[in-house]
Design a protein around this ligand. Structure first.
Ligand SMILES: [Zn+2]
Length: 680
C-alpha cells in the first residue's frame, strides 16, 4: 500500500516548522538558549530549586489536604526534577565537549540524590496520604496510590534509625554497582593467535584491520566489533572457542566478591522493608508482582520454547556434523556460526544481500512514514532549530494539526558519544502545560558523499525499536500529571511497545515503501524479504532458551539468602536446565560479566515477558497489512495514550480482552517452520 506523504511543504517553503495555527511556539526547543556550561548549570539549578520551592509549599500547608494544595505542588516538583535529570542525562551522553559531559554527569548524580531524598521525606508521604480523593478522577487516584507505594518501598514509614540504615545501604549498593560495571568495561581481553590462518573465513576488511604484529602474531580483543564477526565467520572452531573463553572470563574472578556484596546489600534492603528476599521486594511495583511469579514465568516460557528449540537444535547439529561427523554436542559459542550456515543452506539467505536496500536516509523516512501511518500523526522537521550538535535534527509531532510533542534525532557516531542505541525522555508531557519531548541517541552508519550509509537488518530493526519507545513517550505524554506521563508505568512493561514495532520491519508491504536499492532504486523484492524473514526466524527458540537461562540466573542469584548461593553451580544449573547447549567451564563465569545482574537485578525476565506481550499485541493487527484496519488506532488509544495512568496489566487486558498468553509468541518462535509438519 501507499503511505501518506508526511513531509510538510511548510518546512520546505519557509524553513520554519509550523504555521501559526499549529504552533509549538509556546515551547521553545530545548537548545534554543544555546547554553554554555555555566548557563546549563544555572538552568539545572533553577529547576531543582523550583522543585524544592514546590515541596516546601506542599509541606508548609496547614489545613485539609486537597489535590490542589498538595498533589499540584508535588507533581510540579516531579516535573522539575525529571526535567533536570533528563536534560543532564542527555548531555552526559551526547554533548560534544568532554568537560560539559563531566559536569552533566555530576548534575545527574545530584538530581538522583534529590529524587531519593524526596522518596524518604515523611512529611511529603503523609501529606499525599491525607489528600481527599473522593472527587478525584481514576487517573489521579491511581497516581496517588502508586506514589504512596513507591514511598513505602523506599522505606519512608520506617523509624529514623532504619531509614538511616536504608540510606547507607543504598549508597553502598550504588557504589558496588558502579564497581561491578567498571570491572567489566575495564577488562577487555586480548587473545593471541599464532598466524593469520586463525582468521580464515572472516570478511577481507576484518582481516585487513587485524594484520599480524611485528612478531607475526594476530591479536584480537573481546570487544563487540572484534568478537561477533569471529563468532559468526571464523572457520576455525579453536579461534571461536578461545575468544569466547576470554570473553566469558571478563571481570572474573574479580567480580565474584563485588556481586556477593551486591547480593548481600539487596537482601538486607529487602528484609529491612519487610520482604523475605529481593525478588519479592523488587517486583512489588512491577506487572509480575512477586518473585514466585518470575519462577513460574520462566517455567512456562521453557515449556513454550522446547518443541521449536529441539527442531532448531537438530538442524544446528546436522550443520556441525558436515565438518565434524562425530559431533554429539553443541556449545553456546557455536550458535552464531551455525545459524549463519543454516541460514545459507536451508533458506538460501545471506544477510549481506539486504544491506544495499537499506541506506540510512531511506530507512529514516521509512520509519517516520510507517509511524505516521500507524499512529495517525504527522511529523515536521524544524530546520532552523539549534541543537547541541549541528547534525542533530529536531522534529515536531502533530495530531490532526495540533502539536503534541517534539523529538531530536542524534543518529550517527561521534567521538565521546554514547555508544549504543536508546530513547531518552527529555521532558514529561503535562496536558495543556508542557509538551513531551524525547531524543533518540543511536550510532547508525552516516551517509557521506561517497558512502550511502548502508544499514544492516539489525540496525534498521533497532531504529524501529527505539522509535517505538519514542512514540510511547509522546503519545502517552498527554496526561494531566507529569508523574503518570509517558513511560512512567511498571518497568517490566516498557519493552513491549518497542519490541512490537520491530515487527513492522518484517512486513513486505512496509519494507517495499522505503527499502530501495541505493544504486538502482529498485524496491526490495518480496521474495528476498520472505527469505530474510525465514532465516531470521531460525534460531529464535535457541536464543530465547538462552535468554530464559539468563533470566533464571538473574532470579536465582537474588532468590535466597546470599550465604546459600554458589554462583558457579547456579549458573551451570540454569544453562543445563533451560538450554540444550553443553556449558564449557568458562560459561559458568558469566555471572562476573553479565551487566544486567547489576542494573536489572532479578528482573532480567523483562525482555521475554514483554516479547510475549508484544507478539500477543501484534497478532491483533492485520497480518497482510499491519497498518490497516482499526487495530492501529485502538492500540494507540488503549495502550499508548494512557501512559502510566493505569496499571500495565489493565492496559493489556483492555487491548486484548484478556491477560496475555504465550500462543502468538509460540507462533513467532517457530515461524521458520511455518507450513512444515510439526513432527520430526
Ligand atoms: Zn528498548
Amino acid at each position: 500500500m501507499r503511505l501518506a506523504l508526511m513531509m510538510s511543504l511548510a518546512t520546505l517553503v519557509t524553513g520554519l516548522a509550523y504555521g501559526t495555527d499549529v504552533s509549538l511556539v509556546s515551547q521553545a526547543p530545548i537548545w534554543s538558549a544555546k547554553p554554555d556550561l555555566a548557563a546549563f548549570e544555572t538552568m539545572e539549578n533553577e529547576r531543582l530549586a523550583a522543585a524544592q520551592r514546590s515541596i516546601d509549599r506542599l509541606v508548609s500547608h496547614r489545613g485539609p489536604r486537597t489535590v490542589e494544595n498538595t498533589l499540584v505542588p508535588y507533581d510540579d516538583a516531579i516535573r522539575e526534577i525529571d526535567s533536570a535529570s533528563d536534560f543532564s542525562g542527555l548531555m552526559q551522553q551526547l554533548h560534544p565537549d568532554e568537560k560539559f559531559r563531566d559536569a552533566a554527569t555530576a548534575m545527574t548524580t545530584r538530581a538522583s540524590g534529590v529524587q531519593t531524598a524526596l522518596l524518604l521525606n515523611g512529611d511529603v508521604y503523609r501529606a499525599l496520604g491525607a489528600i481527599d480523593l473522593s472527587k478525584a478522577d481514576a487517573a489521579t487516584r491511581y497516581y496517588v496510590k502508586r506514589q504512596l507505594l513507591e514511598f513505602r518501598l523506599a522505606g519512608v514509614d520506617k523509624d529514623a534509625a532504619t531509614r538511616q540504615r536504608i540510606k547507607k545501604l543504598q549508597d553502598e549498593l550504588t557504589e558496588a554497582l558502579s564497581i561491578y560495571d567498571r570491572n567489566i568495561s575495564d577488562d577487555s581481553r586480548v587473545v593471541v593467535f599464532d598466524s593469520a590462518q586463525a582468521l580464515e573465513g572472516l570478511p577481507q576488511d576484518y582481516i585487513d584491520r587485524h594484520k599480524p604484529d611485528t612478531d607475526g602474531k594476530i591479536r584480537i580483543t573481546t570487544r563487540y566489533p572484534d568478537l561477533f564477526p569471529v563468532l559468526t565467520f571464523a572457520r576455525s572452531a579453536d579461534t571461536r572457542r578461545r575468544l569466547w573463553e576470554a570473553f566469558n572470563s571478563r571481570a572474573y574472578p574479580k567480580n565474584r566478591e563485588v556481586l556477593e556484596k551486591i547480593m548481600k546489600t539487596r537482601y538486607q534492603l529487602a528484609t529491612l522493608n519487610g520482604y523475605s528476599a529481593w525478588p519479592d521486594y523488587d517486583a512489588a511495583d512491577r506487572m509480575i508482582g512477586n518473585g514466585a511469579n518470575i519462577g513460574k514465568f520462566i517455567e512456562e516460557l521453557d515449556a513454550a520454547v522446547r518443541p521449536t528449540e529441539q527442531r532448531e537444535y537438530a538442524l544446528l547439529l546436522a550443520e556441525k556434523r558436515k565438518v565434524d561427523p562425530a559431533a554429539t554436542d553443541l556449545y553456546a559459542y557455536e550458535t552464531w556460526r551455525l545459524k549463519e550456515l543454516v541460514g545459507e543452506s536451508q533458506y538460501g539467505f545471506d544477510a549481506q544481500s539486504v544491506r544495499p536496500y537499506l541506506p540510512y536516509p531511506e530507512v529514516k523516512q521509512g520509519v517516520l512514514d510507517t509511524a505516521a501511518a500507524l499512529f495517525h500523526v504527522t511529523f515536521t522537521q524544524e530546520i532552523a532549530a539549534p541543537a547541541w550538535d549541528p547534525k542533530v535534527e529536531t522534529w515536531d509531532v502533530f495530531d490532526e494539526g495540533k502539536a503534541i510533542g517534539r523529538f531530536y534525532l542524534d543518529m550517527h557516531p561521534r567521538k565521546g558519544k554514547y555508544s549504543h542505541a536508546a530513547m531518552a525522555p527529555v521532558l514529561d508531557g503535562v496536558r495543556g502545560r508542557q509538551l513531551p519531548e524525547a531524543a533518540l541517541m543511536c550510532n547508525f552508519p552516516e551517509p557521506t558523499a561517497d558512502d550511502p550509509g548502508l544499514m544492516d537488518i539489525d540496525d534498521a530493526t533497532t531504529f524501529f525499536h527505539e522509535f517505538g519507545h519514542l512514540m510511547h513517550h509522546i503519545l502517552g505524554g498527554q496526561q494531566p500529571w507529569a508523574g503518570i506521563s509517558g513511560i512512567s508505568m511498571e518497568r517490566d512493561f516498557v519493552e513491549a511497545p518497542s519490541q512490537m514495532l520491530e515487527e513492522w520491519m518484517q512486513s513486505p508491504q512496509v519494507l517495499a515503501t522505503f527499502a530501495r536499492h541505493y544504486k538502482t532504486g529498485e524496491p526490495i523484492p518480496a521474495e528476498l524479504v520472505a527469505r530474510m524473514n525465514r532465516a531470521s526466524a531460525f534460531g529464535r527458540a535457541s536464543d530465547v532458551a538462552i535468554q530464559n537461562a539468563l533470566a533464571d540466573v538473574s532470579y536465582q542469584v537474588y532468590r535466597v539468602r546470599p550465604q546459600k548461593v554458589d554462583l558457579e553451580a547456579l549458573t551451570d544449573h540454569a544453562l543445563q536446565r533451560y538450554t540444550l547447549y553443553k556449558p564449557i567451564p568458562e560459561d559458568r563465569r558469566l555471572y562476573a560479566n553479565f551487566t544486567h545482574l547489576g542494573n536489572y537485578s532479578s528482573a532480567y525476565y523483562t525482555y521475554m515477558w514483554d516479547k510475549v506481550i508484544a507478539e500477543d499485541f501484534f497478532a491483533q493487527f492485520d497480518p497482510k497489512n499491519p497498518l490497516a484496519g482499526s487495530a492501529p488506532m485502538r492500540y494507540r488509544r488503549i495502550v499508548l495514550e494512557p501512559g502510566g495512568s493505569k496499571s500495565a496489566n489493565e492496559l493489556v487486558r483492555n487491548f486484548l480482552g484478556r491477560p496475555q498468553n504465550l500462543e502468538a509468541f509460540q507462533t513467532w518462535l517457530g515461524r521458520e517452520f511455518a507450513g512444515q509438519s510439526q513432527t520430526r
